[in-house]
Design a protein around this ligand. Structure first.
Ligand SMILES: [Ca+2]
Ligand SMILES: [Ca+2]
Ligand SMILES: [Ca+2]
Ligand SMILES: [Ca+2]
Length: 437
């Protein structure tokens, strides 16, 4: 999938051949994913304990229980892609100390793995303020392992170097309906995506993370990106950094679409939303970047692909953009669904502003699971809203929802994942059409 992602990024115009190629590659990926899972471990204990005998194919801490740590150790030792299923429980890490084989401190993932929770409000992995939570490292530079995480919260980590909730220097990571909350690290408190990291985030929320602990360099409260990052249908909010990039610090390549980046701060007084330095690039499609202190976009300014709205300028120079416009969003809270969002207020100019039916159709639903598009302003047709939240008139016109919408874990995870490259392709196609128009 990594190569497919890169291939698509180099394309300007999709052709029939490309479409066939994508379809064929998709089938290959599906076939590979179905066939390769060697084992599924269902964690049945919230105790933090090591596996008694790693590599014997049995997840067992010696007392007959399968712990999260034992499951990670066992899947590392078993060849091929495995799966770990978590219950609606809180799993607190209690074993301190550094190592690289998941026996101590952070849970080191060294092989292809899928981790399935029951929802961000139900399944929580808690770093207990003593350690990072996940560290992806396969131990070589020859290939990338493929790690997918669904429907859980990663919180309360504390790491001394880059990557609080998750550290991914050089692997492939997919986060879907995940919350990264209250994590701490000097760089990338929620997530560190390193120079060869390839991370995709969908339908997720990254909030209340703090980049601190190194007075010389405290960057990327929510995310520190050095590699390839796709942020789709997600919210980055209320994160802070001592130095640069309260929400996101970027020196790699980021594509952000239908996401909301708001209420992030820096202690330095520099723009708290997204900060990109020389060598990095940030492309924006249908996002809200607003209400960050002090300012939304720092360093190298983003490139707009259209339909973005910001309370400042942020170099939003596409005719479909709305720079210097208050998007009128509510506070970060539970507005229904399984991850917190900033609701659009009923008079928000972001409602029905993203009139690209191709991209809107591909994204399909908002971060909560509300079907896109909705005719939010009840004038004319239904168009997508900018940002991660789609305003539904008969649901969201009060103080904000609370209705349950998306049942986590109820849909097969693969199809939406496979739509991401197609989604990117659609964005590129639309941009091309616009250039030609
Ligand atoms: Ca074992
Ligand atoms: Ca394995
Ligand atoms: Ca460790
Ligand atoms: Ca709409």
């Amino acid at each position: 999938m990594t190569r497919l992602f890169n291939l698509l990024k180099d394309l300007e115009v999709p052709s029939l051949t490309t479409g066939i190629m994508i379809f064929a590659l998709t089938l290959l990926v599906v076939a590979g994913s179905i066939g390769a899972n060697a084992a599924t471990f269902e964690v049945n204990s919230t105790v933090d304990a090591v596996d008694d005998n790693p590599g014997d194919g049995i997840c067992d801490d010696g007392s007959g229980n399968c712990t999260l740590r034992a499951a990670v150790m066992e899947t590392n030792d078993l060849a091929g892609s495995d799966e770990i299923v978590l219950k609606s429980k809180t799993y607190v890490l209690t074993i301190p100390g550094p190592d690289a084989i998941a026996e101590k401190g952070d849970l080191d993932i060294r092989d292809d793995l899928l981790i399935q929770g029951q929802g961000t409000l139900e399944t929580v992995i808690d770093g207990n303020l003593i350690t990072r939570v996940f560290h992806l490292l396969d131990g070589d530079d020859m290939n990338q392992i493929d790690v997918e995480v669904y429907d859980l919260t990663i919180r309360n980590s504390d790491a001394g170097n880059a990557g609080g909730g998750i550290r991914n220097v050089a692997e492939k990571l997919f986060l879907y309906r995940v919350a990264l909350e209250n994590n701490t690290s000097p760089r990338g408190a929620g997530l560190y995506n390193g120079p060869d990291g390839d991370t995709t985030i969908r339908d997720s929320v990254i909030f209340n993370n703090t980049a601190t602990g190194d007075p010389d360099m405290e960057r990327g409260g929510g995310i520190y990106n050095k590699g390839e990052l796709f942020l789709g249908n997600s919210t980055v909010s209320n994160n802070s950094a001592g130095d640069l990039g309260g929400g996101i610090f970027n020196e790699g390549s980021i594509h952000a679409a239908f996401s909301t980046i708001a209420d992030n701060t820096t202690e330095s007084g520099l723009p708290g939303g997204v900060h990109t330095i020389f060598g990095g690039d940030l492309s924006l499609f249908a996002n809200i970047i607003a209400d960050n202190n002090d300012g939304n976009c720092g360093g190298i300014l983003p490139t707009s692909q259209g339909f973005n709205i910001s309370s400042s300028n942020c170099n939003l120079n596409d005719p479909t953009d709305m720079p210097n416009t208050d998007p009128m969003i509510g506070p970060l809270q539970n507005n229904g669904g399984n991850t917190w969002t900033h609701a659009l207020l009923s008079s928000s100019p972001a409602i029905d502003m993203a009139g690209n039916e191709f991209a809107c159709f591909e994204v399909g639903a908002d971060q909560r699971g509300i079907i896109r598009p909705q005719d939010g302003d009840q004038i004319g047709e239904a168009f997508c809203d900018a940002g991660a939240f789609e305003f539904k008139a008969n649901l969201d016109s009060g103080e904000g929802g609370g209705c349950s919408i998306a049942k986590p874990g109820s849909s097969a995870p693969l199809p939406l994942y496979l739509l991401i490259p197609v989604f990117l392709l659609v964005i590129r196609l639309f941009r091309k059409q616009k250039i030609n128009a």
